[in-house]
Write a protein that binds this ligand. Structure first.
Ligand code: F6P
Length: 511
């Protein structure tokens, strides 16, 4: 049933009305079990949800909403391989990419065998590149899901990256990016990975063609050795002239694809064993999501909290603050994950929604954000729930830095909640500002895998409750079509039939 038609939705609306005076400080004072009740351990991730605007009754009603909207049936349909991406008639099986070999019977046995039949040669290739001292630079050319995941993961796991190899990520069609990377490279030392699920994305194809032209102009001849394609469209890669191809399947969404051949830069960076650990960490979270009771299921608790905030407390944005500089691309990664998945205005039947869906996601690593925009989070007029991500053990030996970093992240969560009322006016902090605290013991391939799978599943949960298709992205098509038209007009100068603003801009850039 559509969420806004359920009894739980109406009860949540009433509950929210009585929530106007909710105060975190009172909630803690009145309930000694609050931290225990609102803490949740999951594989590799501990979550403290207690500093959120929620109480036992909210959680109970949200769980009821999950039941009344059929969350578990929808989750199980995904894990059975049903075509839940119905607008593209596709299964949603990124989770299968991290499923151990031979572990599934029935209809899923065959695709799982295909997964491992593709993973093995990809990892063997990664090891071969690692052993090849001539290749010093790996350039990933891809955009969106074919860029953000591998880029985020290679950065996050920089302590595990093989010394002597450099990794570059070119996504933007802006020639400054490709030109800037190529400036420092030599053809004989470079491996280009052309990452595109469709192998048609204009930015990626344009960059790939220019990279190939540069390679040949530098005297490079062995394309088979210096170019590999990561794609579901093997024939298009062959037509382009690339013979080394690692494939995947239409049931892997672009923003869910870092576990597939799209993860090859990660596998080259951290090795086959590291990549297997990344998959294993994600798989542990898949199992948690599938088997933990809803009330002790971290992706479920986070996803339902997202629904509560968006639809009942009307918070329209969420800020991500990773307190680990290597996690600095995580906010951008999560932006695509949440906003491309759940930025939808119609339900699964194509009917317009009368309630909000994806919040705006944004963020920067702490402590940098503190000295930039945290002012607004502490004293602005909007309430923005914050999601802190902290890591206990550092890989450096600068003990005082780590202590200071952890002190800052804990203190920020505390300050947002407690505020400061002994001064008036400009110096008054209202406090009562919500935050979630995610804590990893250490940042490893396994814990990163678990953290990212957690985020994938929490997006699934809110999308499922909202009754939308989280796995298509028709909204990006219009811009692509219009860009083609404007591109032709930039070349020809034809501004006929355009609106006045577009025509003027066209003339300005051409003059
Ligand atoms: O246009 C959006 C999108 O399709 C994303 O969903 C995807 O991650 C990105 O473009 C790149 O697509 P591809 O991997 O097919 O080049």
């Amino acid at each position: 049933m559509r969420c806004d038609k359920t009894a739980a939705w109406k009860q949540l609306q009433q509950h929210a009305e009585g929530f106007a005076g909710f105060d975190l400080r009172d909630a803690f004072a009145g309930d000694a079990t609050r931290v225990a009740r609102l803490s949740q351990a999951a594989p590799h991730v501990f979550a403290d949800l207690s500093k959120n605007h929620t109480d036992a009754a909210t959680e109970a009603l949200l769980l009821e909403l999950a039941r009344q909207t059929g969350l578990t049936a929808h989750r199980d349909a995904m894990f059975r391989g049903e075509a839940i991406n119905h607008t593209e008639d596709r299964a949603v099986m990124h989770w299968l990419l991290r499923q151990p070999q031979g572990s599934l019977p029935g209809d899923l046995a065959e695709p799982l065998a295909l997964v491992h039949g593709t993973l093995a040669p990809m990892l063997a290739y990664a090891e071969q590149v690692r052993a090849d001292a001539q290749i010093t630079d790996v350039v990933n050319i891809g955009i969106g899901g074919s860029d953000l995941g591998p880029q985020m993961a290679v950065l996050a796991l920089q302590d595990f990256v093989l010394p002597g190899k450099r990794f570059h990520f070119v996504s933007n069609v802006d020639g400054h990016e490709l030109a800037g990377v190529l400036k420092g490279l030599k053809a004989e030392n470079t491996l280009f990975l052309i990452a595109s699920k469709t192998f048609t994305t204009i930015e990626t194809m344009t960059n790939a063609r220019s990279a190939l032209a540069w390679f040949q102009a530098q005297g490079g001849t062995d394309v088979a050795l210096h170019f590999a394609a990561l794609t579901t469209n093997v024939s298009a890669a062959a037509e382009f002239g690339i013979t080394t191809t690692f494939g995947f399947w239409d049931w892997v969404g672009g923003r869910y694809s870092m576990w597939s051949a799209i993860g090859l830069p990660v596998a080259i960076a951290i090795g086959a064993k590291g990549f297997q650990d990344l998959l294993a960490g994600a798989h542990a979270m898949d199992q948690h999501f599938q088997t933990a009771p809803l009330e002790a299921n971290l992706p479920v608790r986070l996803g339902l909290l997202d629904v509560w905030y968006r639809n009942f407390l009307n918070f329209t944005s969420r800020s991500i603050a990773p307190y680990h500089s290597a996690l600095r691309r995580v906010p951008a990664y999560l932006q695509q994950l949440e906003m491309e998945s759940n930025g939808k205005r119609v339900d699964r039947n194509g009917q317009a929604l009368s309630y909000g869906t994806s919040p705006v996601l944004w963020g920067e690593p702490g402590t940098n954000g503190q000295h930039a925009y945290f002012q607004m989070l502490h004293q602005g007029t909007d309430i923005v729930p914050l999601e802190f991500i902290a890591v206990k053990k550092p890989t450096h030996s600068l003990k005082d830095h780590q202590e200071l970093l952890l002190a800052n992240v804990i203190a920020q969560a505390q300050a947002l909640m407690l505020g400061k009322s002994d001064a008036g006016g400009h110096k008054h902090f209202t406090g009562n500002r919500p935050s979630t605290f995610l804590l990893l013991d250490e940042l490893t391939p396994a814990s990163l895998g678990a953290l990212i799978a957690l985020q994938e599943h929490r997006v699934f949960v809110s999308g499922s409750v909202w009754g939308i298709n989280s796995f298509d992205q028709w909204g990006v098509e219009l811009g692509k079509v219009l860009a083609k038209d404007i591109h032709a007009r930039i070349v020809s100068g034809d501004a006929s039939g355009l609106d006045a603003s577009t025509a003027t801009l066209l003339e300005r850039v051409r003059s």
